[in-house]
Design a protein around this ligand. Structure first.
Ligand SMILES: [Zn+2]
Length: 155
C-alpha cells in the first residue's frame, strides 16, 4: 500500500507498532523538497533487505526500489547543472550493476549499500543547490519499521 503523497510505503503515524498504511495527510515528507527522492531513499534505507534475516524476496524488492530511485534521481538531475552529483549518480549505477540482482550474497549487499550511499549524496547535492540542509533519514525513522536499522555496520 503506497502513500498517496510520496508514493512509497511507510506507517500512517510515527512510532513503532502502528503498521497501518499511510493515508492522505499523514505523510512525513509532505511539503518537503524532493518528496519522492527522500521517501524513496528512506524506504530502502529502512528496508528489510538490510536485516540479517532478509529473504531473497526482500533483496529483489530492494534492488527494484534502488533502480527506481536512481532513475528518479537521474530525471531530477536533468534540469540541474551539478557535475559532482552526476558523477556520484554514475557511481551509484555502477555499484547497482555490480551488485547484480541483489541475490549474490554479502558482496552483492555491499554494492547495493554503496549505491544507496551515493544516491544519498546526490539527493544532498540537489538539496544543497536549493539552499536546504542535507536529507537525514533518522528524522523519519519513526515512520518505518526500523527498530534494528542500521545493523550491518561491520562492512
Ligand atoms: Zn508518504
Amino acid at each position: 500500500m503506497s502513500c498517496p503523497i510520496c508514493g512509497r510505503e511507510h506507517s500512517s503515524s510515527p512510532g513503532r507498532g502502528r503498521r497501518t498504511p499511510a493515508k492522505e495527510g499523514t505523510c512525513p515528507y509532505k511539503g518537503v523538497a524532493y518528496v519522492e527522492l527522500r521517501a524513496g531513499h528512506d524506504q530502502i534505507y529502512f528496508g528489510r533487505w538490510r536485516r540479517m534475516d532478509a529473504s531473497s524476496i526482500d533483496l529483489r524488492k530492494a534492488y527494484r526500489q534502488l533502480e527506481r530511485l536512481l532513475r528518479e534521481i537521474a530525471a531530477a538531475l536533468e534540469t540541474e547543472d551539478i557535475p559532482a552529483a552526476r558523477m556520484d549518480l554514475e557511481k551509484a549505477f555502477e555499484a547497482l550493476n555490480t551488485a547484480g540482482s541483489g541475490e549474490e550474497g554479502p558482496e552483492s549487499l555491499r554494492y547495493m549499500d554503496h549505491a544507496l550511499s551515493y544516491a544519498h549524496r546526490v539527493i544532498g547535492d540537489l538539496l544543497h543547490e536549493k539552499g536546504l540542509p542535507p536529507h537525514s533519514p533518522a528524522d523519519f525513522a519513526g515512520w518505518y519499521d526500523a527498530g534494528e536499522v542500521p545493523f550491518r555496520e561491520d562492512w
